[in-house]
Design a protein around this ligand. Structure first.
Ligand SMILES: NC(=O)c1ccc[n+]([C@@H]2O[C@H](COP(=O)([O-])OP(=O)(O)OC[C@H]3O[C@@H](n4cnc5c(N)ncnc54)[C@H](OP(=O)(O)O)[C@@H]3O)[C@@H](O)[C@H]2O)c1
Length: 253
């Protein structure tokens, strides 16, 4: 299977890249930290797969277009799976009146997703197969206190994939969204409070890879967060303030 993954230099993206690295596979590794991607590429090649490193900022639309074209060519036109996983969090800025950090987050978490998946659409439609995945978050199911930018960016990514799936109906190409709860990765390592239903990265990767294979539409995990997400979606704002894990955690700097 030929797989292109953004945010492959750490956490969930790295975990998925390692998981898809089987003999014969071609894995496209995209992130900004080239040294980490090169190390990962060596580990992947040692497993008998081919790894291609793209040290690119997902917010750069023109370069992401060229990157997609280069990967499609490297795979002889056959790209099976694209995972738009790169994402960032920011400190709580809304009450400070600072919009630039929010704009930066949107460029990575929203534009970065469209920059990643859209350039692959024509080649996949032509072949009549393929899966496009966005990594959203449980935080995208409801606007959460202290997470206005992050929640809305993740909601946008999910709704974009919902609409794309409708556009792709009948083409053989599938668009889907993964919504993790809290996973032990560098992203959550900077959160200083106890995170509810925190799971290990390897366990999360297993759930994500299985959900992709099953061609789910939107997959939220772990199941406890699915329940919490349902409650949060339907709760009053008073209850959301009380229940929201984000309200009790400090955002990464
Ligand atoms: N961990 C959780 O609890 C959790 C929960 C819900 C959702 N998620 C989502 O899951 C995804 C992966 O997160 P993670 O926990 O694995 O975090 P992570 O370990 O911090 O990894 C984030 C990845 O995104 C890449 N990235 C960030 N900005 C980028 C940019 N402008 N261009 C290209 N790559 C960029 C980083 O690579 P470089 O710095 O090298 O560019 C890194 O590889 C994110 O979208 C996150 O929002 C995570």
């Amino acid at each position: 299977m030929n797989v292109f993954i953004t945010g492959a230099s750490s956490g969930l993206g790295e975990g998925m890249a390692r998981r898809y690295a089987v003999p014969g596979a071609v894995i496209g590794l995209c992130a900004r930290r080239a040294n980490l991607l090169e190390d990962l590429a060596k580990a992947i090649e040692a497993k008998g797969a081919r790894a291609i490193v793209y040290a690119v900022d997902v917010a750069d639309t023109a370069t992401m277009q060229q990157t997609a074209e280069a990967f499609i060519t490297a795979c002889g036109g056959q790209v099976d799976l694209v995972i738009a996983n790169a994402g960032i969090g920011i400190p709580h800025r809304t009450l400070q009146g600072e919009s630039e950090p929010i704009a930066k987050l949107m460029r990575v978490n929203v534009i970065g997703v469209t920059n990643t998946v859209v350039p692959f659409v024509p080649a996949m439609v032509k072949r009549g197969s393929g899966t496009l995945v966005a990594v959203s978050s449980m935080a995208g199911h409801r606007g959460l206190p202290g997470r206005a930018a992050y929640s809305s960016s993740k909601a946008a990514a999910r709704v974009f994939m919902d609409a794309l799936r409708l556009d792709l109906h009948g083409t053989g190409v599938h668009a889907m969204t993964l919504c993790p709860g809290f996973v032990r990765t560098p992203l959550t390592a900077v959160l200083d409070n106890k995170l509810p239903f925190l799971i290990d990265c390897e366990d999360a990767v297993t759930l994500m890879v299985d959900a992709i294979a099953a061609r789910k539409k939107t997959y939220s995990f772990p199941w406890q967060m699915r329940v919490l997400g349902f409650v949060l979606r339907n709760a009053t704002e008073g209850v959301v303030r009380k229940l929201s894990p984000a309200a009790r955690t400090r955002a990464p700097e």
